[in-house]
Ligand binder design. Structure first.
Ligand code: ZN
Length: 205
């Protein structure tokens, strides 16, 4: 079947989204076409707004609108409420931890992991993490990176970057399944990994 270019192009883009293949892309396209005013128009506007206004905070890594200063509690330094900071790879990991209700404190979103093929350590928000630990007088840094080689390499590098600070560094318990990504863990596993987190170094004594 020969589609017009506009349709082919949209199907191609939708198929790139997580969890969607060409079949679901076609179903979504049909839904959109049949609801142009209710769906296509507001979707186009919303996508434009997100494209124009949303970016990652260069300090804490949270998503923020350029229209407002990052007042996300991740990087509130003046109004200090917590003495713990939880370091995650991606915002999806933060959402999982938040929904499990196991952690009360600040989050720091690295934006990925150090990997041989992709990210270098300079691409991740590691320097700003060190800054925050210093400025916010953080007492515990919880490394909640995935149980993958990249996640563990990243955790090790952060540990090294913080070794001269008076801060306790802990890591989620080894009970995490090998290769386990934080966002895909169920609440029970996540809660037990938090509760049984192990101490890496403590320079606070
Ligand atoms: Zn921020």
């Amino acid at each position: 079947m020969q589609n017009c270019d506009e349709i082919d192009q949209l199907i191609k883009i939708i198929s790139k989204l997580p969890g969607l293949g060409p079949k679901s892309a076609k179903r979504i396209l049909l839904k959109l076409i049949n609801n142009k005013d209710e769906l296509v128009k507001p979707l186009a506007k919303s996508l434009t707004d997100v494209y124009k206004n949303i970016s990652r905070c260069t300090i804490c890594g949270a998503l923020k609108s350029v229209l407002i200063k990052c007042d996300y509690e991740n990087c509130k330094i003046l109004d200090k409420k917590y003495d713990k900071i939880c370091v995650v790879e991606n915002i999806a990991d933060q959402w999982s931890i938040e929904s499990s209700n196991i952690f009360q404190g600040y989050f720091h979103i690295l934006g990925g992991t150090i990997s041989s093929s992709g990210n270098r350590k300079e691409d991740l928000l590691i320097d700003s993490l060190v800054e925050r630990v210093k400025k916010d007088k953080i007492e515990e840094v919880i490394l909640a990176t995935s149980a993958t080689i990249e996640g563990q390499t990243t955790a090790y590098y952060i540990q090294e970057s913080l070794k001269n600070f008076k801060v306790k560094i802990t890591k989620l318990a080894q009970g995490l399944p090998v290769g386990g990504e934080i966002e895909s863990l169920d609440d029970g596993t996540l809660i037990s990994a938090f509760k049984n987190r192990s101490n890496l170094i403590s320079n606070s004594d």
